[in-house]
Design a protein around this ligand. Structure first.
Ligand SMILES: [Mg+2]
Length: 238
């Protein structure tokens, strides 16, 4: 029996790069079933704050690819950082080196609202050679990285969507088998690899050839793109 739904945000809960009415239908469907939704996203801490303050049904959001959890505690929004202060500082130091090495590659605007990772817009890296130079530099400095639908994200320390979800479910006394995860991209792979009930929405087909780990179930067809697939699948099993 599913007691909690976990989901990536961009491309999974958004449709054509935006929020659409289907997202609100999904929230009200889950609210009627009394099943919480926890967004597990590469977006920033400040985005987590935005989501909690604008969507009262959400109580917790896992952000920055698993680097932090933002929660509603009564009237207040609190944050829990899942890496050490040392790693936070090492990342900050690396960002200075990155700016010196790649003065023409700006950090994403939302990096200002990030704490445990930083990002570069993928559209600034369309030159494949530049992308590889950055990858080499990240390897050289032992900085971890991954790509989402929109960003190249990088961070220090052991951070992953799966690790954060595992920690979160333990805090809530929930078993992994009581959750279901939806995703659509490369940065969902730690969930696809280790989380039992993982579902890929139909647009995952765009990255299928680059996925090393695939979700257990892959939805098909235009009617199962992004949040349409999430809602249709939940309706079919709940
Ligand atoms: Mg995504």
């Amino acid at each position: 029996m599913i007691k909690i739904v976990l989901s990536d945000f961009d491309g999974t809960l958004t449709f054509k790069e935006g929020l659409s009415p289907i997202f609100f239908d999904l929230l009200s469907f889950l609210e009627k079933k009394n099943i919480p939704l926890v967004i597990v996203t590469g977006r920033s801490l400040s985005w987590g704050h935005f989501l909690l303050t604008h969507f009262p049904y959400l109580k917790d959001v896992i952000v920055e690819g698993g680097g932090a959890i933002v929660s509603r505690q009564g009237k207040f929004i609190t944050e829990e950082c899942l890496i050490s202060q040392n790693e936070v500082e090492r990342l900050s130091e690396f960002c200075h080196q990155f700016k010196v090495k790649f003065p023409n590659v700006p950090l994403s605007v939302d990096s200002f609202g990030r704490k445990t990772d930083r990002a570069v817009e993928l559209h600034d890296l369309q030159d494949g050679t530049l992308f590889h130079h950055i990858e080499d530099f990240l390897h050289e400095k032992k900085i971890n990285f991954s790509t989402s639908n929109v960003h190249l994200n990088f961070w220090c320390g052991e951070v992953s969507k799966f690790k954060a979800v595992e920690y979160y479910l333990k805090q809530k006394n929930l078993a992994e088998s009581e959750g279901m995860f939806f995703g659509d991209s490369l940065n969902d792979q730690t969930m696809f690899k280790d989380f039992h009930n993982s579902v890929g929405v139909a647009n995952i087909s765009e990255v299928m050839d680059r996925l090393i780990f695939k979700p257990k179930l892959i939805l098909q067809g235009a009617e199962n793109i992004g949040p349409h697939g999430v809602l249709a699948h939940l309706k079919s099993i709940l």
